[in-house]
Design a protein around this ligand. Sequence first.
Ligand code: HEC
Length: 245
Amino acid sequence: MKKLIAATFVGLAALFMGPAGTAGASELMSANVDISNQNALQRGARLFADNCMGCHSTKYERYNRVGKGIGLTEEHMEEHFIFVTDEEGEPVNVGSLMEIAMEEDYAEEAFGVAPPDLTLTARIHGEDWLYTFLKSFYRDESRPLGANNTVFSNVGMPHALWHKQGWQELVEDDDGNERLELVEGGSMSPSEYDRAVRDIVTYLSYLGEPVKLERQRIGVFVMIFLAFFTLLAYFLKKEYWKDVH
Ligand code: HEC
């Protein structure tokens, strides 16, 4: 029995500790995303399309469905999101799955490992991990692509957003603790970069569970209905009981 209880505790602890980070002792930062913020979703989608979709597919979703979910028209999706062409060299239809043009074999050769599909990455890793991951690339000349990451050591991905964030280095402070320091600025200030990363994570979070947004919308109507119904019930009760006392 004792063993069973101990095992249950270990299991629960593992659950609460969340998805196992790939490596690294650094603490996760809080992503603090709000998927009902449509502006953030749209900014994140655009950043993702421009900076990530060259390597990462999100092929369990379709362009038009995503567009509808985050409030972008089909024309907008066609213009800004579709980079993949069909056999005839025409851009694929807006109802297609969000695949990428890069061949897996080529990707494996280039990066050592093919960039995984990211449709479900927010559910696999959690929002905080993603947020921290995108903020934790640092310069490491010993790596083939010149970059490493404190939450995903020896990552095969280059620092895709270096032109925005600039470069960080891993430094040791007086107490011997390691931390990241920005040594070369990018096109964004640190707070702008934080927002950009939060926007990307917001989009990935939506992508991982589009129905969550729907649920929140329905939830609001349910609350309004309940409030209305409570009021109605209250007045009805008053009406019924007014002659009793
Ligand atoms: C030049 C190609 C390239 C670009 C651009 C790129 N990535 Fe990656 N990414 C990779 C590769 C390769 C891996 C696999 C790394 C490994 O397993 O070591 C990866 C891994 C990841 C992972 C970890 C997924 C997992 O489950 O292991 C996430 C999350 C991720 N990328 C997000 C992004 C985001 C967000 C962007 C855009 C800001 C982006 N990537 C841009 C190549 C790229």
